[in-house]
Design a protein around this ligand. Structure first.
Ligand code: S3P
Length: 174
């Protein structure tokens, strides 16, 4: 099925806490599109918060429902702005469906900038629980490889969310 670029979902990927949800909402407002946060969608569909899903059912189960939710969105929605959880692109099936049917934007923040925010990010993110800064940096580095598959990269280091959103809107006009 061929989807014209203008009708495609715009998918935001990147590490936890880079601002995918905040920026996604702003882009959606500016483009008069609907916004879907995949983690929020999972919480709604399954009636549980993400940390609760990890605690009660484990990460593998979370990854399965994450995959099903994203595939469902890609197959059944168009024109939305969709923010993915930072680990979604670990799964080849998710990378495949997104790259085939959507426009994938990688929000890239440097480790130094990310580290400054770390304390604010831990609470709701089971993947970061009980990890040392070095261990988190290792996950951060490993994840850069999975984000390498994208249609466009947006460097966010020196921009606030509003500026990143404006930049994305301009990029989409090209
Ligand atoms: C995860 C990122 C989270 C959420 C879950 C796992 C990850 O999403 O999906 O806690 O493995 O990177 P955010 O990137 O929105 O924090």
């Amino acid at each position: 099925q061929h989807i014209p670029v203008r009708a495609k979902n715009i998918v935001l990927i990147g590490f936890m806490g880079v601002g995918k949800t905040t920026i996604g909402k702003l882009v959606a407002e500016k483009l008069y599109r609907d916004f879907i946060d995949v983690d929020a969608e999972i919480e709604q569909r399954y009636g549980m918060a993400i940390p609760e899903i990890f605690a009660q059912h484990g990460e593998d189960y979370f990854r399965k429902i994450e995959r099903n939710t994203i595939i469902d969105i890609c197959n059944n929605k168009q024109c939305n702005i969709v923010s993915l959880g930072g680990g979604a692109f670990k799964q080849e099936a998710i990378r495949e469906v997104c790259l085939e049917s959507c426009l994938v934007l990688f929000l890239d923040l440097s480790w130094d900038r990310w580290k400054e925010r770390m304390d604010l990010l831990i609470e709701n993110r089971p993947v970061l629980h009980n990890k040392s800064v070095d261990e988190v940096q290792q996950i951060f580095d490993e994840r850069q490889a999975i984000y390498a598959e994208h249609n466009a990269r947006v460097t966010t280091d020196n921009l606030n969310p509003e500026e990143v959103a404006d930049y994305i809107v301009e990029l989409l006009k090209l």
